[in-house]
Design a protein around this ligand. Structure first.
Ligand SMILES: [Zn+2]
Ligand SMILES: [Zn+2]
Length: 243
């Protein structure tokens, strides 16, 4: 080192280890905490508004008991569902960068924001379980974004996160390429509970990043219930409603 270039101050040094900026635009975090969104990106989040569909946790209007999608689909297997965001704006960007640019810290930001959004309507449970990825997908991505979100919910609530409780046993591949029937039969055998004594009579909060049709969460719920779970509630950060 010859002493050339500008001197490195403390903030620059810290920046090497911790990202201080808004992870979406590089602006100043609204609450000053590392890796948190700036005020503008925060305002780009579409929080779901009540009334909430009791079946999927999404939004619904009018006189129906459940949202149009739940009315059209099969009755859900879980005991209740909570969701935080619509798939648009800042959350869409965060999720995309998290999954396709390999940034697990963004899933943690989503988890923190989701907790803020739903803390007063989260059901009381004995443990929190993320929907597992198949090991080959986890290996490719390096992390499971649902597990990152589940860990943040656990940190805020004090309810233990127990990811080993549910395993993905079949590689379901790119579900999007399959027809609905193939997809469901593929999924129905995708999850297993290695030790049912961990599940028996317990209330479980099952966590996923996105719910679209709910088929994946339904298959995971079924596996937990078959193993003797007392109750299964579902939490998804994003409820993607198409109707
Ligand atoms: Zn920003
Ligand atoms: Zn619904």
């Amino acid at each position: 080192m010859s002493g050339e270039g500008p001197p490195v101050n403390g903030r620059d040094l810290l920046r090497i280890f911790v990202s201080l900026e808004c992870p979406v635009c590089g602006g100043v975090p609204f609450d000053g905490s590392p890796n948190m969104l700036c005020r503008e990106c925060l305002s780009g989040i579409r929080f779901l508004k009540p009334p909430f569909c009791p079946s999927c946790g999404g939004e619904y209007r009018g006189f129906l008991e459940v949202c149009p999608e739940c009315l059209a689909g099969k009755k859900k297997r879980w005991d209740g569902a909570v969701a935080a965001f619509a798939m648009t704006g800042t959350i869409k960007e965060l999720l995309h960068s998290c999954k396709y640019q390999g940034q697990p810290e963004l899933a943690r930001v989503i988890g923190d924001l989701a907790y803020m959004a739903v803390c007063d309507r989260l059901p009381k449970t004995d443990c929190i379980v993320p929907v597992p990825l198949h090991w080959s997908r986890a290996l490719k991505r390096g992390f499971n974004q649902s597990a990152c979100i589940a860990e943040r919910l656990s940190a805020h609530t004090g309810v233990p996160c127990e990811p080993g409780l549910l395993k993905r046993v079949r590689f379901t591949g790119q579900q999007a390429k399959l027809g609905r029937k193939e997809r469901l039969s593929n999924l129905s055998r995708a999850f297993s509970v290695p030790d049912s004594t961990n599940v028996k009579n317990r209330a479980i909060l099952l966590v996923d990043d996105v719910m679209t049709t709910g088929a994946t969460l339904s298959a995971a719920t079924q596996a937990l219930k078959r193993a003797g779970a007392g109750a299964v509630y579902v939490f998804c950060a994003v409820r993607r409603q198409r109707i």
